[in-house]
Design a protein around this ligand. Structure first.
Ligand code: CP
Ligand code: NVA
Length: 307
């Protein structure tokens, strides 16, 4: 049995296999051949933070695979009132066939997984957002952009950045990360990503100048400057991140035909200009839709691994 907590636990082949299943399911959406794949299975979905895409895509995805999804807000279950993670894990995994969790500390999902009898999926923690990267890479494949990727991530060194680093490190492409000073990526995660990069041939560069990162990039991406849980730092962050907005001038430094991705929700006028967002809205909303297809691929893959 496997869990999906971060991409660092997955090989290049496994990541590509999950994405392939997702693409296959997407291609056959109307023929409905995957409609019974997870028949009678229940996905428990624990949310300690807000969500639009993650909730809808997992719930719809499970339904389309013949199963059922259970939305569990931490406000409504005892986890939010102090029932231990390990007890919650043992109870929920005794009744559900798979569990997806969106929470704060990454250690919490690791603890849950240790006590869970069923596969656990990371639907975002403070440190990683790996399901988003499955959808992002699937989108690049669909747009024929997966060869010779030079990706530039501009903005906060956060869960999205860490997941981009792991994807690059595992798949072996170039990633430049530009953050303001003091908002760099986690040093330990960087060290781990660099160790994987050595084996895969990936190049991961960390800079503080967004222009340096974007120059010649084939894919440019960013994320909110104020992640969930950082609301109190909003004003200070907006001041510090000035100069990191991906606007037309920044995009003009990228390679001709470069694509812009955003995991959403996007804050126009902050991390991305309205003009860049709207010019790339087709790929951005395909990326959002691919959350559904990629995660269906993931759930099918996890189910098959369980035997
Ligand atoms: N990108 C993403 O995970 O969106 P939600 O926060 O809406 O789930
Ligand atoms: N970094 C953001 C991603 C939202 C999908 C957050 O954690 O809030």
């Amino acid at each position: 049995m496997r869990h999906f907590l971060t991409l660092k636990d997955f090989s290049r082949e496994e990541i590509l296999e999950i994405i392939d299943i997702g693409l296959e399911i997407k291609k056959n959406l109307n023929s409905k051949i995957y409609n019974h794949e997870l028949k009678n299975q229940t996905l428990g979905m624990i949310f300690e933070k807000s969500s639009t895409r993650t909730r809808v895509s997992f719930e719809v995805g499970m339904f389309q695979l013949g199963g059922h999804a259970l939305f569990l807000s931490s406000r409504d279950i005892h986890l939010g009132r102090g029932e231990p993670v390990k007890d919650t894990a043992r109870v929920i995994s005794s009744m559900c066939d798979m569990v997806m969790i969106r929470t704060f500390e990454h250690s919490k999902i690791e603890e849950f997984a240790r006590y869970s009898k069923v596969p656990v999926i990371n639907g975002l923690t403070d440190s990683y957002h790996p399901v988003q990267l499955l959808a992002d890479y699937m989108t690049l494949v669909e747009y024929g952009m997966e060869k010779n990727i030079i990706a530039a991530y501009v903005g906060d060194g956060n869960n999205m950045t860490h997941s981009w680093m792991m994807l690059a490190a595992k798949l072996g492409f170039e990633l430049r990360v530009a953050t303001p000073k003091g908002y760099e990526v986690d040093a330990k995660i960087l060290e781990e990503a660099l160790a994987f990069a050595k084996k895969s041939g990936a190049v991961i560069k960390i800079v503080n100048d967004p222009k340096e990162a974007i120059k010649g990039a084939t894919v440019v991406t960013t994320d909110t400057w104020v992640s969930m849980g950082q609301e109190e730092e909003k004003e200070e962050r907006i001041k510090t991140f000035k100069g990191f907005m991906v606007d037309d001038e920044m995009m003009s430094l990228a390679k001709e035909g470069a694509k812009f991705l955003h995991c959403l929700p996007a804050y126009r006028g902050l991390e991305v200009s309205d003009s860049v967002f709207e010019k790339h809205s087709e790929i951005i909303f395909n990326e959002a839709e691919n959350r559904l297809h990629a995660q269906k691929g993931l759930m099918v893959w996890l189910d098959r691994k369980r035997g």
